[in-house]
Design a protein around this ligand. Structure first.
Ligand code: URA
Length: 216
């Protein structure tokens, strides 16, 4: 049986709302940044449901003993923002995952070949094999960048089945490439758009997510 990449577009009104704000070209950079924070928060909320490790313990309420469930602080959680644009989603993710470690990776696309090259890598030599990984990358366009990052982290001990990727807009080309290389990872995206233009931008998309986040 071949595994098929799972891609979820959560049908949540807040996710739709902030995606609409992000798509609108008249949205100023300050509001675009807010949209990224909110999308980071709500997509993380959706992505961690079956992924965040929990533990059961008894607590004492003011009235009686009671079973309770907590996030297990022993299991390492890593958030990986792919610079630059992935930083926009990071803040929202961190509000829900305060115990996570953040490992930055910077990837730039060659404008002509669209091939990714890594210019910053803060990964440890080796990750703990149980580490849960949340990657933030708002635009999954050709798939070159996300696959390069997945190749790197899996070589450092990450189980691809423990990886969740949050994105704002994904294109079929990226999902196909990711699905062929790492079908056990799971993607949560606010939207899926049909195509890329000749420069590798997602259409209709939202433009350059890094430029719009940082006002450049
Ligand atoms: N990166 C972006 O910022 N936008 C796209 O449409 C594709 C890649």
């Amino acid at each position: 049986m071949t595994l098929q990449l799972r891609v979820y577009v959560p049908p949540h009104p807040l996710i739709k709302h902030w995606l609409g704000i992000a798509r609108d070209q008249s949205t100023p950079s300050t509001l675009f940044r807010s949209a990224m924070v909110e999308l980071g928060r709500w997509l993380t909320y959706e992505a961690v449901r079956d992924w965040l490790p929990t533990m059961d313990m008894d607590v004492q309420t003011p009235l009686s003993p009671c079973p309770a469930t907590f996030v297990n602080p022993e299991v390492p959680i890593a958030v990986i923002p792919i610079l630059r644009a992935g930083l926009g989603l990071l803040e929202g993710a961190q509000t829900l995952l305060p115990l996570a470690s953040t490992y930055h990776v910077g990837v730039v696309r060659n404008e002509e070949t669209l091939e990714p090259s890594v210019y910053l890598n803060k990964f440890p030599e080796q990750f703990h094999p149980e580490t849960r990984v949340l990657i933030t990358d708002p635009m999954l366009a050709t798939g070159g960048t996300i696959v390069a990052v997945m190749e790197d982290i899996t070589q450092r001990g990450i189980d691809p089945a423990l990886v969740r990727i949050i994105s704002v807009v994904a294109a079929p080309a990226a999902l196909k490439k990711l699905g062929s290389a790492f079908p056990s990872a799971i993607v949560y995206s606010a939207g899926i758009d049909p195509e890329l233009n000749e420069k590798g931008y997602i259409v209709p998309g939202l433009g350059d997510a890094g430029d719009r986040t940082f006002g450049t």
